[in-house]
Design a protein. Structure first.
Length: 84
């Protein structure tokens, strides 16, 4: 039986689950796809739609921070390469 501390730790420590679309070790495309999916979800469903947060959790775990910063800047300037 798990202790309360173990349960709390499991809630805090999270890793993205396996995604069959990206079976290889290189997770760059997985990172990109979840970033794009997050902003597509927000655009379609609105910023308050909670299930969109799953995509954000995944891309924040997989993507280097400086990539996300660059993509955010590109989106703000209208120069982002992805179709959102």
């Amino acid at each position: 039986m798990e202790t309360q501390a173990q349960i709390e730790l499991r809630k805090k420590v999270w890793a993205p689950p396996f995604d069959a679309r990206f079976p290889n070790q290189n997770q760059t495309r997985n990172c990109w796809q979840n970033y794009v999916d997050y902003y597509r979800c927000q655009k379609l469903k609105g910023e308050d739609y909670a299930p969109c947060e799953y995509f954000k959790k995944v891309f924040t775990q997989l993507c280097p921070g400086f990539w996300v910063e660059q993509w955010d800047d590109q989106r703000a300037n209208g120069a982002f390469a992805g179709k959102i």
